[in-house]
Design a protein around this ligand. Sequence first.
Ligand code: NAP
Length: 251
Amino acid sequence: MQPNLLILGGTTEATVFAKAAAAVCHNGIVSFAGRVNRIKRQPLPQRVGGFGGVSGLVHFMQTTNVTHVIDATHPFAAQMSRNAVIACAQAHVPLMALTRPPWVARTGDNWTHVPDIQGAVGALDRAACRVMLAVGRIQLQNFVPNHQHFYLLRLVDPPVIAPPFPRCHVVVSRGPFTAENDLNLMQKHRINLLVSKNAGGSGAYAKITAARRLDLPVIMIERPPILKRMETNSVTDVLTWINHIGAERGV
Ligand code: NAP
């Protein structure tokens, strides 16, 4: 029997892995939460929308005969990752996370580390300045108490409702970005502070390079804790793991 993979996606890593899995003729499906209007075309079939918590995910895996789960979600997608750990344990389906290492400050970086979004909100309780707020769309509401700032927002889709800030500018654009463009963007909007999640990877790193070049301070939001699971940064390792587990189980 062929492996039948459930790839939890929404990241560049998930798409790269899906290509590699398709290239070696694995069956599978790539799952998206449905947070963006346009999903990147995948080399495997895709589905969109939540499973309905842990029990929904268990049901999905059992009814579609999933043999392996690859959690390649964003490092801040903590709920999905938690659900995957619990559901896979319940359904006895092996799980591997395909992750990317967090960014580490380099010489010239001026980072203030905060543990979570609320930490970033607290750090912005200060005199008005011009902030590039790179936290995505969903959590913007948290920053409403700090309405004294001008916010530069970069979103994947045009906002359906106006952002909740009296002074802001929205750029609709999808990564990967270049350091040169991000530097120009920050200069154009006279940004003097960057707020970023520690996403890791290369696609969103341009703004960090741009901030370093412009000598701008960065409020860096650390990653949420995730339940313990097997994980790797390597697509090849995941493919090897699939074959290894498959051989053990006769898959
Ligand atoms: P989350 O808070 O961990 O997930 C909330 C709920 O959304 C989950 O419980 C699940 O609903 C559903 N969900 C999340 N990822 C899913 C997936 N790949 N397939 C099916 N359902 C999914 O996640 P999030 O932070 O909202 O992120 C959603 C998606 O956007 C993820 O796929 C992630 O890779 C991507 N993304 C997130 C960020 C970020 O900063 N968080 C950035 C870039 C991309 P049910 O409980 O109903 O199953």
